[in-house]
Design a protein around this ligand. Sequence first.
Ligand SMILES: [Zn+2]
Length: 423
Amino acid sequence: MKQSLIIAAIFSLFLGASISSEAQLKPRPDAFPPEADEFAPKALQMASSVEQMAGWDCYPTYETYLAMMQQWVYSFPNLCHIDTIGTSIRGRLILSMYIEPTTDDDLYRPEFFYSSTIHGDEITGFVMMLRLIDTLLHGYGSNPQYTNLINRTRISINPLANPDGTYYRGNNTVQGSRRYNANNVDLNRNYPDPFATTKAALQQENEMMISYVSAHNFLLSANLHGGSEVMNYPWDSFTSRQQPHPNADWWEEVCRRFVDTSRAYNSSHFRDVNSQGYIAGGDWYVISGGRQDYMNYVHNCLELTMEISTQKSLSSDRLPEYWQFLQHPLVNYIAEIHSLPYGVGIVPTEAKSAVSVYPNPAVGSIILRGFPSGEIAALCDIAGRELNRFTIGGESTTIDISVLPAGIYIIRCAGGITKFVKQ
Ligand SMILES: [Zn+2]
């Protein structure tokens, strides 16, 4: 009891410090209701045919979106196919374009994932992802950078994760789009939160997304949002002082490269939250139930939240301007999968499920499940530093963790590796 009180006191100290030092930051749009200008009518020109999307200065109707996806598969049958991730509550399709060349080689290609518009009114990324698919497919065989990237990488692009939010007023308009799904739930607060004790009932869109990402082995991904311009790297559940991400240095380099490349094309962007254009998510605003932390923690997939436009629903005539400074960093970010930090992606998928810890999160002690009897296991902090060693005594070995400070820990042995949260 006393200890948890002390931890709570330390926690509130950190929290207090972080709030005062970040008082100058723009509030995170994810955390607040939309500002008044989000309701103002905007020029949201709609394209009701694939041809009308030629200038990339319109938003597609729902049917045009589906037609574009199908046309790419028709035009590039040896280069892409559509994965149906699932359907929304109102029966709209949640799709991903899977880009991979049909070849005879058995080259290992790491899997990359882009997903946009989990908040239905943050629609800039929707069109950016469609244009990215188009650019990559048309560039294969003619643009050496794109050809090389596609030859070495499995790329999956989900342009629209929350179609009911985007087409809230019907399939022919994105005017009146909204953040939530049809059940009025914020999907980016609804993922199983490894750090929270209470779990929200999983929404259909997220349940299907979880099945999709579980069936793949994505090593690097990004979730595209709007309302600000900033690269938001993990964790979202903690400030960087409470719990830095083990790859925080790598994240900062990747974010810096993204922002620098975009500013080479237009120096005025990624400046509304801070001057550097990137931030540890929790230092901006702590949230729980977000997809980013879920992907990082549960799937060992390095996922970044990209806030790409200060307007959530960007006027359609500005979409080409945004593409101009986002195209190159978006492509380059995919290529970052070929220089991941040491240790990422080397945990075999089988090992992820072979061993586990119960309960998780835990307070006083944990029970190890599935660890081979007689093995030596190591308790490590999230950075991989070994804190303790012990011998597995058999099924249901119990370990006292009451003295550990709150945080994320790893238990590893020859038979597998697992993580748990000490509260
Ligand atoms: Zn958002």
